[in-house]
Design a protein around this ligand. Structure first.
Ligand SMILES: Cc1ncc(COP(=O)(O)O)c(C=O)c1O
Length: 416
């Protein structure tokens, strides 16, 4: 590649920044402390972008569409990723692993695929809009009846009985989050799965694992989970544009409506979308490069060990809790019991606007956090932080304790 004069360093370099004007800093000079891993993880492990690079250069065929080696190689890589993802989450039949664009896509495919007119659905006030909005739309149009459980006993998590006492004879689906994205609090999904199965085996259980998949153990079989939705781009360390919906053995392809119909590679003579999973829900050319990154992400997790990553995130969050819990200028939301949290912490600073604080952190301190409602308006109403929301600090595998200390000092400076 030819060296060109860089407009930032005024020297010869390979940054090609002029082609990407939205990159606001020279990559070599960027020292951002990234505490927004609950939105998407960054940086990605080198293995992930190496795998994507390799795939793009050497194996860029369209999987399942042709018989040549580039196409069959791509197909084999996708099959390997399906197996690895299924094994990671205790799904015995990898055919139930459907690759999606993100977690929102996976949740919509499940909800719109399985809910029928007249069904009753239960959700909670701790949900992201990607569960709340499709269900509210269905309820508003009279298609379903919806119960939104507002947890009462303890802020930030629900209790099994709060859900089970709302069950009705026509309850078809219970759809809720494993881990609240605002507070990072982990909900007891295994206990709920068992209670739902015991109460009525016809009820299907959909778990939004956007904040937990990759770091908190999830087993679809022992957890009695029928649908598990998650993004690849958060704690699986895969690129944006990736996600999956895992479908357990109690749900068959023909029971699922599919709104995306089209090419699946095989079965081309059939006038209708095939009923077999995963093809029923995977019409169109998949995001093969992203899936190559997802496979590398899963291998990275298996190598590092999810428990070790979670322990690291908790150690960093503890630093913030220790610094702020006795300081009257700061409020922490949700439990501070680390054994019940992933690495996301919501705080507010007395007399400070969250959006302005985030902007100061970005501009003056080169620290990235997320202010506002985090796409979870009901959660903020529940916490009493609606409509201004909170500041969410979310470390990841690559965050260091030194970076956490720098961010703590910056926040203390802003508070004073
Ligand atoms: C709990 C929860 N559910 C769903 C989503 C949506 O994920 P995605 O952006 O991959 O669609 C998020 C994203 O932050 C989330 O935190």
């Amino acid at each position: 590649m030819a060296h060109i004069k860089c407009q930032i360093t005024n020297d010869k370099c390979l940054c090609r920044l002029h082609e990407f004007p939205y990159l606001i800093r020279h990559p070599e000079k960027m020292k951002m402390i990234y505490l927004d891993n609950a939105a998407t993880s960054w940086p990605k492990p080198p293995e992930v972008f190496d795998a994507m690079n390799l795939f793009m250069r050497d194996l860029g065929g369209n999987p399942g569409r042709s018989g040549h080696r580039m196409a069959t190689g791509a197909e084999a890589m996708i099959g390997e990723c399906r197996n690895a993802v299924s094994k990671f989450f205790g799904l015995n039949d990898p055919a139930g692993c459907v690759f999606t664009l993100n977690c929102t896509d996976a949740l919509n495919i499940a909800i719109k695929g399985v809910v029928k007119q007249g069904d009753h659905v239960i959700t909670t006030a701790l949900e992201h809009n990607s569960i709340s909005r499709p269900l509210q739309q269905m309820a508003d149009s009279g298609f379903i009846t919806l119960t939104r459980v507002v947890p009462e006993i303890e802020k930030g998590a629900w209790h099994v009985e709060e859900i089970t006492k709302e069950l009705r004879s026509n309850t078809r689906l219970v759809a809720l989050t494993h881990c609240a994205n605002v507070t990072g609090v982990i909900n007891p999904i295994e206990a709920l799965g068992a209670a739902l199965r015991a109460a009525n085996p016809k009820i299907l259980f959909l778990v939004d694992a956007a904040q937990s998949a990759g770091i908190v153990p999830i087993n679809m079989e022992t957890g009695n989970i029928d649908f598990l939705a998650f993004p690849g781009h958060k704690a699986l360390y895969a690129p944006t544009g990736t996600g999956a919906l895992l479908i357990g053995p109690r749900v068959r392809g023909e029971e699922l409506n599919c709104f995306r119909e089209g090419g699946t590679g095989g079965d081309s003579a059939s006038p209708l979308q095939p009923i077999e999973l995963p093809h029923r829900l995977e019409g169109g050319t998949p995001n093969t490069m992203g899936i190559a990154g997802m496979l590398a992400g899963i291998r990275f997790l298996n190598k590092q060990g999810p428990a070790k990553i979670l322990e690291h995130e908790r150690a960093i969050v503890k630093r913030f809790i220790d610094a702020f819990s006795a300081d009257k200028r700061f409020t922490i939301y949700g439990t501070t019991d680390l054994s019940r949290k992933v690495g996301a912490l919501s705080i507010t600073i007395k007399d400070r606007d969250n959006a302005e604080t985030a902007s100061i952190l970005d501009q003056a301190f080169e620290i990235a956090v997320r202010p506002g409602l985090h796409c979870a308006p009901y959660t903020h109403k529940h916490l009493g932080t609606f409509p201004t929301g909170t500041l969410r600090v979310a470390p990841g595998f690559f965050t260091t304790l030194e970076e956490a200390d720098t961010a703590i000092h910056a926040l203390q400076e802003i508070a004073s």
